[in-house]
Design a protein around this ligand. Structure first.
Ligand SMILES: Cc1ncc(C[n+]2csc(CCOP(=O)(O)OP(=O)(O)O)c2C)c(N)n1
Ligand SMILES: [Mg+2]
Length: 556
């Protein structure tokens, strides 16, 4: 155990002799991390030795596959908004975690990977060491924006603090630290590095004034939110009320404005409103669907708020771009708006009617709606719903009511099948105070089904609903509709999911209707001592795609 410890925010004045691994572990603790999701192996033995020494202060949650560890860290980061860490061996360990790391990158999620390495002196020599991979640092560099290798104990703490700062600076995102198996165990006097200051957003007051004039003068303003708006919910709600602007959140932007507010919209009503808007405020979103699918013309002026200064002009030059953390920028906008804001009639009644009109058309998705209503009825307001690439997920993105930020976790543009169960385990582990429900198709669930053992071992009370249609249903429907029913690679042979879960000691039940699902969920949410799996057998479901892949409403 190292002797000197860092109190958060205070530098340890006296260096203490410790290993590089202890320096990293102490620095994680000094930054407020409380868990490392991990899978051990030879190259990280000395890291695990340090984790053992700190086990009263930093929990090590081991999984059954490296993708589980990285997805759990991702889920914990998404559910809390705080940095989370995972540790894996090099080569296959790194690659096994790579889909989750890629997802963390595309979701701008602060996930730190601690990745082992072969003996320091042999890195790059191609000798064929256990788990050696050619140019591991080069592979990592393609996956994340910040990567470094720890070469000695002395700079290990600072390197860790720098990685954690990079994860929260500018566009947030994952980082990776590599360390050779022998370097983890080297000792030297180390000064622990407290959290490094994250550069504060500088408010461009001139740009804020221009944005306020544009939005204030708009006849039909609209707000579009992405994942970057999740921590600015109060500001978005205040702007929406001040401007009577509908707020579109789809997938990562859901929950920023409570679905019960008539001004809160998803697709497809959002597309109609996009077609009518004269000024749009886009917060923490790439606007890819809007600009590419729905179109853009000269009549529509866009104000972009984004953490990444390169993002706003990628597809279309906005009228105003504001770079930085959404919260202070929107606060400045809220302060500047009243001087420019036109009087507008309330849009509440109009939007209520338009919700109802679209609701009638969306009733086509009746079977999905009934199941989602059963979930919403039992999941408390602050409970977390983890989405998957499955029929019920596609419908949930359109119409599951979401009441709070960070309670609807949907994979970013990767839309990677199989992310859900392990990500939800991480969310539930990091938020034991609220119920978490994961949905999955029979296809997606099996990607990480082995993590049921992790859920049992660590007594994680996640509730998972497996919608079983015996198929990669979405693929099958495409083959039926577009390829003359030439079915290939889309039928599935499944285990008995209830027996499967019970074989781990988990609670498990089959629910054959929406009512049964609701009753099962009530029991499952009350069971906090371990996981529950609910299998829902399903037939073919109506297609949601006409509500998602919609044609242009603006421009040529
Ligand atoms: C990593 C990854 N591989 C493949 C796909 C392509 N894909 C999209 S949906 C799907 C089938 C999903 O099957 P299931 O989980 O059973 O859900 P269902 O559509 O049957 O509800 C596949 C293979 C993907 N999105 N991500
Ligand atoms: Mg399926």
């Amino acid at each position: 155990m190292p002797k000197a410890q860092t109190k958060p925010g205070k530098a340890a004045t006296v260096p203490a002799t410790m290993t590089a691994a202890e320096a990293v572990v102490e620095t994680l603790i000094g930054h407020g991390l409380d868990t490392v999701y991990a899978l051990p192996g030879l190259q990280n033995d000395l890291l695990f030795e340090a984790l053992f020494g700190a086990s009263g202060r930093l929990r090590t949650v081991h999984t059954r596959h490296e993708q589980g560890a990285a997805y759990m860290a991702l889920g914990a980061a998404l559910a809390t908004g705080r940095p989370q860490a995972y540790a894996v061996v090099p080569g296959p360990g790194l690659l096994n975690s790579a889909a989750a790391l890629l997802t963390a990158y595309s979701m701008n999620a602060p996930v730190l990977g601690l990745v082992g390495q072969i003996p320091d002196a042999d890195i790059g020599r191609g000798l064929g060491h256990l788990h050696e991979i050619r140019d591991q640092a080069g592979i990592i560099k393609r996956l994340v924006d910040h990567a470094a290798r720890i070469r000695k104990p002395e700079p290990a703490s600072r390197a860790t603090a720098q990685a954690l700062r990079a994860m929260r600076s500018g566009r947030p995102g994952p980082a990776v630290l590599e360390c050779a198996m022998d370097v983890w165990g080297k000792s030297a006097p180390v000064t622990l590095q407290p959290p490094l200051p994250v550069p504060a957003t500088t408010i461009d007051t001139d740009a804020v004034r221009r944005a306020a004039k544009l939005l204030g003068g708009a006849r039909r303003p609209m707000i579009v939110c992405g994942g970057g708006a999740q921590d600015a919910a109060a500001e978005v709600a205040a702007l929406s009320a001040m401007l009577q602007a509908p707020v579109l959140g789809y997938r990562r932007g859901r929950g920023v404005l409570d679905s019960r507010d008539p001004l809160s919209v998803t697709l497809p009503l959002g597309r109609d409103l996009w077609g009518e808007a004269d000024v749009v405020l886009a917060v923490g979103t790439r606007l890819l669907i809007q600009l590419r699918q729905w179109g853009i013309d000269r009549e529509l002026k866009i104000v972009r708020v984004d953490a990444d200064h390169e993002e706003p002009a990628r597809l279309h030059r906005p009228a105003v771009a504001l770079t930085g953390d959404a919260t202070p920028i929107l606060q400045a906008l809220l302060a500047a708006l009243p001087a420019h804001n036109a009087k507008r009639a309330s849009r509440q009644a109009e939007l209520q009617e338009r919700h109802a009109a679209w609701g009638k058309r969306l009733d086509k998705l009746g079977p999905q709606i009934a199941l989602l209503q059963a979930i919403r009825a039992e999941l408390p307001e602050d409970g977390i719903f983890v989405d998957e690439v499955t029929q019920i997920g596609f419908a949930a993105r359109l119409l599951f009511p979401v009441h709070k930020p960070r309670t609807f976790l949907s994979p970013g543009y990767q839309d990677n099948l199989g992310w859900g169960f392990a990500t939800a385990l991480g969310a539930q582990h990091a938020r034991p105070d609220v119920p978490v429900v994961a949905i999955a198709g029979d296809g997606g669930f099996m990607f990480t089904a082995s993590e049921m053992a992790t859920a049992m071992h660590h007594r994680i009370p996640l509730v998972t609903i497996v919608f079983n249609d015996g198929a990669f249903g979405n693929v099958r429907r495409i083959q039926q509709e577009r390829f003359g029913n030439r079915l290939i690679g889309s039928d599935l042979t499944n285990p008995d999911f209830v027996a499967f879960a019970r074989s781990f000691g988990a609670e498990a039940v089959r629910a054959k209707s929406a009512e049964e699902l609701r009753r099962s969920l009530r029991r499952a949410f009350a069971h906090r001592d371990g996981p529950t799996l609910i299998e829902v057998p399903l037939g073919a479901l109506p297609s949601p795609w006409e509500f998602i892949m919609m044609s242009k409403v603006r421009g040529a």
